[in-house]
Design a protein around this ligand. Sequence first.
Ligand code: THU
Length: 136
Amino acid sequence: MILTDYNKLIEYAIKARELSYSPYSGFKVGAALLTKDGEIYTGCNIENASYSETVCAERTSIFSAISKGKRDFVAIAIVGGIDKISDFTYPCGACRQVLAEHCESALEIVLFNGKELKICTLGQFFPCSFNKNQIK
Ligand code: THU
């Protein structure tokens, strides 16, 4: 997919970020997950006074898609930062593990820092994952 095709996905992630519930960190994250049939499922980070119960934007978006019966994914856009979208926000380890459960290693991870795009695959970010193939 060419870079400009991801403009819409990034716009959705930016919009989702505005809904972030992050009173403790102030760090707002939005994610937008693109399905193979062209639909977009968004998510934001949702924090909790019991900090460990916080859920990241990426997992919110994938759980939303999975709970709607979606199973095939092409790309996920991620934007984050305090006050404004700033540095690239990389998916945390827990989100990489969840993405690896539901997405192929070719899933494109589209990071936007307010100025530039960085696009990598899940396989590049999370090689040698422990996954369902090992539990067969
Ligand atoms: N966060 C995400 O939503 N996604 C990431 O990839 C990294 C971190 C959230 C969790 C927490 O609400 C805040 O960012 C600070 O860690």
